[in-house]
Design a protein around this ligand. Structure first.
Ligand code: UTP
Length: 275
């Protein structure tokens, strides 16, 4: 059904300068695992084994991370340290990786459109690796969304309630509630002021998109901040009743901000590593 997961990872990560001057934001480790690997784990758990990554200049470390490092592996072969590589080895056995480059950073919508060459004409998932989502109690957020896609067969955005003074950082939706955790979207506003916001349900970095989104993105003009916004393209799909919003189960950390990153680090250390 859905096999591909697209990771737009070309952004500059300016909120983490100087760390991100020569290192991709997506390689920042939460404890000892880079953000992108958490995202790929989540995709793999949802049965999405074809990983497509949109990179940019200075992002080669992403490709190297999902490849064999012969020298290192030879060096630690047969020692206790090999176990540290179990997770990434599982990923490399289960998944394929393909890459394309976004040459100009014209926004998330543009990054997704750049990924068309990797995705083709099929429904696909999108993960923004700087939103770290964890659900120790059950299925990951993408797995929850893939299950919903089987039911609705339309684009799905993951949403979370945020405080009113935070809505300006997100795309915000409103819609008709069709289950206590599912809405049929009829309005979306990108980074609204608190008075413009149609609700406090903010879109986070997990999407399932139907492939017609690519043609819509081609015809969408740059929006807020002069960037091609995925929200504007989704709004056009929503006008045909084709976008659902899902209030996911689990926890999400905004690792694109220093505060969220520290929170995620503490959470992962306490719930996963120190056990
Ligand atoms: P963000 O705005 O959160 O990431 O974009 P950023 O631009 O890297 O971070 P700051 O604001 O400068 O600190 C959300 C996601 O979209 C990707 C980013 O890599 C991130 O995963 N993105 C954004 C692209 O791939 N290309 C773009 O042109 C813009």
């Amino acid at each position: 059904m859905i096999q591909k997961c697209l990771f737009p990872a070309a952004g500059y990560g300016t909120r983490f300068l100087p760390a991100t001057k020569s290192m991709p934001k997506e390689m920042m480790p939460v404890v000892n695992k880079p953000l992108i690997e958490y995202g790929v784990d989540e995709a793999m758990q949802a049965g999405l084994n074809e990983i497509c990554i949109v990179t940019g200049r200075g992002k080669r470390a992403l490709e190297d991370h999902f490849d064999i490092n012969y020298e290192l592996e030879h060096q630690i072969a047969g020692t206790g340290k090999e176990a540290y590589l179990n997770g990434i080895r599982d990923i490399m056995n289960e998944c394929t990786f393909s890459y394309t480059r976004q040459t100009e950073m014209k926004g998330l919508g543009h990054a997704i459109l750049t990924g068309r060459t990797l995705v083709g004409e099929q429904p696909f998932a999108v993960v923004l690796a700087d939103d770290l989502c964890l659900n120790p109690e059950g299925d990951g957020v993408l797995a929850q969304m893939v299950a919903l896609y089987k039911q609705f067969r339309c684009s799905i955005v993951a949403v979370e309630e945020v405080p009113q003074d935070q809505v300006h950082k997100y795309g915000v939706i409103a819609g008709e509630m069709i289950r206590d955790d599912i809405y049929r979207v009829n309005t979306m506003v990108e980074k609204p002021s608190p008075d413009e916001a149609p609700s406090n349900l903010a879109i986070i970095g997990r999407y399932i998109l139907t492939p017609d989104i690519f043609d819509i993105l081609e015809d969408t003009e740059p929006g807020k901040n002069g960037e091609l916004q995925i929200t504007d393209a989704l709004m056009k799909q929503a006008q045909n009743g084709c976008v659902m919003a899902y209030r996911f189960k689990g926890q999400r950390f905004d690792c694109g901000s220093v505060e969220g990153f520290i929170e995620a680090t503490n959470y992962c250390y306490n719930t996963i590593y120190a056990q």
